[in-house]
Design a protein around this ligand. Structure first.
Ligand SMILES: [Fe+2]
Ligand SMILES: [Fe+2]
Length: 277
């Protein structure tokens, strides 16, 4: 590794280790993951998580009163706002809100980069959820969470490396994977950074392990093989939509419009929050 690359690696590592999690956040994240992945959880369970966080509560009210959910009357009641948005939508969106909110307190990311990052993450998350539902390979909501967070390490690159999006845009990911370019230019890749963040947040080991290995094809010993397989497959499909006869990719192709609509809707929500933040 060249000395200048070692310096960049050290800088990125220090920034990642320095990232602070608001003290109240750890407990909120734990409870959110538990609630979101529990099929029996209700709107009241979600209300209990967010009502103690004024910033998230304000954002939920903003979403409920946005063009997507507002049916003529504005609401300032949190419970009413949650009902308007609906349980499934809330489960999908609430973790995004928590993460964006918390990470953006410490990372300065250009709005265009943030949109690009979330468009990809939300696309992969929805696709993984649909695939898990159709193939019964894994619990859909867990597949959603893991896929939503799979590239979380990229947020540090977006924040710390000025031309990160230019560097990665110039590369055809079918020819050369992004992580290889990152390793060569910065001495570290977004899997390693993402794994450190996931560990710092004390996310479940399943989630940490997929974040840290989603581009690694030689980890057949991994306990989360199905989750890894789903994440890797939908991530790859985002960049190249050739199905090559793969039944999973054919499902994704068939669900293309459905996935696109969901991504559009969720992006609109993130947009609201970025401006409101
Ligand atoms: Fe990735
Ligand atoms: Fe990705």
């Amino acid at each position: 590794m060249y000395p200048e690359v070692i310096v960049i690696r050290q800088r990125l590592l220090s920034k990642t280790y320095e990232l602070k999690l608001a003290p109240s956040m750890q407990c909120i994240i734990d409870r959110t993951i538990e609630t979101v992945t529990n099929p029996a959880s209700s709107i009241t369970d979600i209300l209990k998580i967010i009502e103690i966080d004024p910033s998230i509560s304000a954002k939920i009210l903003g979403i409920a009163n946005s063009a997507y959910y507002n049916r003529g009357t504005n609401t300032c009641d949190l419970h009413h706002a949650l009902i308007k948005i609906g349980l499934n939508e809330l489960k999908n969106v609430i973790l995004c809100l928590l993460i964006v909110d918390n990470l953006l307190k410490e990372l300065k990311i250009r709005f265009s980069d943030l949109l690009e990052f979330w468009r990809h993450s939300i696309y992969v998350a929805h696709s993984a959820k649909i695939l898990a539902e159709k193939t019964l390979d894994y619990e859909p909501q867990k597949a959603y969470i893991v896929s939503l967070l799979h590239d979380i390490g990229k947020m540090v690159f977006y924040s710390e490396i000025d031309d990160y999006s230019k560097i990665t845009h110039g590369v055809d990911v079918r020819e050369r994977p992004i992580w290889e370019t990152e390793r060569e230019c910065f001495g570290i890749d977004h899997q390693e950074i993402g794994y450190i963040i996931a560990k710092k947040w004390r996310l479940p080991e399943t989630v940490c392990s997929v974040i840290g290995n989603h581009h690694n094809t030689c980890n057949s010993e991994n306990n989360n093989r199905n989750l890894l397989k789903i994440t890797r497959l939908v991530d790859g499909f985002f960049y190249c939509q050739d199905t090559n006869g793969s039944p999973e990719k054919l499902i994704l192709l068939k669900e293309k419009n459905n996935i696109r609509m969901e991504v559009k809707k969720n992006m609109a929500i993130i947009n609201i929050n970025s401006h409101a933040g």
